[in-house]
Design a binder for this molecule. Structure first.
Ligand SMILES: [Zn+2]
Length: 321
């Protein structure tokens, strides 16, 4: 067994719970995955979080008393200081005192952190931004989120909602965003945006290839990528365009924060150069030279573990909630 200090970390998602126990160097000693079953309600999800952490500990021959605490990475806006999930649409939760509910059952220090912020912290401690103090992490999936780290600490803003980088408005008359505004980065560069543009192209008869691959299934980013790889120019342009918009969003972030590292994570990173190439190119073209000289722009290294590892590291680093 490791003689390092230990913590448990949980990544609570809308569909699955991922738990791990790790030492302060980020070595994973045990892990567990199970469905969230969010429809069964808060109490049931709390039971499943506790059972999942217990299983991860058992894989490492440990129990709750052997770890310094439990960090939980949670989706959507939250209030770490009060241990509250303010709003988690994919769990159907509003104002759930998750920390209190879990701590009562596990009997150890428990904290929560927004998933993008936790992932940013994980990448800073153990991943692509190791050794850096000023880090931006942008997660690219059906939505776009972000984590901001300044001087080695998560920046949460006045009420814990900082980092909503997906809602930088780039096109005032652009596509409608989930937040109600128009032309947000998320409405132009996310997986949802790519799928929407592909759907339009199929409906307009502009891409027989995409229509053929999609068939009766809904259009996803992977389908657009597959069509692009088969030489479909419309599919390729949809991904490139989303990448260029992403780059414009990144320019704003780079010029505002002057970070040492800008890390891109999430499922859309799998679109590869077709998406990331135009994004990094736009950032390099429009960013300030001094800022570009100091920043490493790259993709995340910890994959699906970044949030849980970051949440665990907040415990072993004794960061305040
Ligand atoms: Zn928005």
């Amino acid at each position: 067994m490791s003689d390092q200090r230990l913590a448990a970390g949980v990544d609570l998602g809308g569909t699955k719970i991922y738990s791990l126990v790790a030492d302060s160097e980020g070595h994973v000693l045990g892990e567990d995955r199970r469905p969230t079953n969010a429809a069964l309600g808060v109490d049931s999800v709390v039971e499943r979080i506790v059972a999942s952490v217990r299983a991860a500990l058992e894989h490492a021959d440990l129990e709750f008393a052997d770890v310094e605490g439990l960090g939980i990475s949670t989706p959507g806006p939250c209030d770490p200081a009060r241990g509250l999930i303010s709003e988690a649409p994919n769990l159907g939760w509003i104002d759930v005192p998750l920390v209190e509910l879990v701590r009562k059952k596990v009997g150890i220090r428990t904290l929560l952190e927004n998933d993008a912020a936790a992932a940013a912290y994980g990448e800073m401690r153990f991943g692509a931004a190791r050794g850096k103090q000023h880090v931006l992490y942008v997660t690219l999936g059906t939505g776009i989120g972000g984590g901001i780290i300044i001087d080695g600490r998560i920046y949460r803003g006045a009420s814990g909602a900082a980092g909503e980088v997906g809602h930088l408005v780039l096109e005032p008359d652009g596509a409608l965003c989930n937040c109600g505004a128009r032309g947000c980065l998320e409405a132009l560069a996310s997986g949802t945006a790519i799928a929407r543009e592909a759907q339009k192209a199929i409906a307009d008869g502009r891409s027989v290839t995409m229509a053929g691959i999609a068939g009766d299934r809904g259009v996803t980013g992977e389908i657009v990528l597959e069509a692009a790889e088969r030489g479909d120019a419309v599919a390729e342009e949809i991904i490139r365009r989303a990448g260029r918009y992403l780059g414009l969003g990144l320019v704003g972030l780079l010029n505002t924060f002057n970070p040492e590292a800008l890390i891109l994570g999430g499922g859309l990173v799998g679109l590869g150069d077709l998406y990331l190439g135009p994004a990094f190119a736009a950032a390099r073209e429009c960013g300030f030279e001094q800022i570009l000289n100091d920043v490493t722009m790259t993709t995340a290294e910890l994959g699906g573990r970044s949030g849980a590892l970051g949440a665990a590291a907040l415990i072993t680093d004794r960061q305040p909630a």
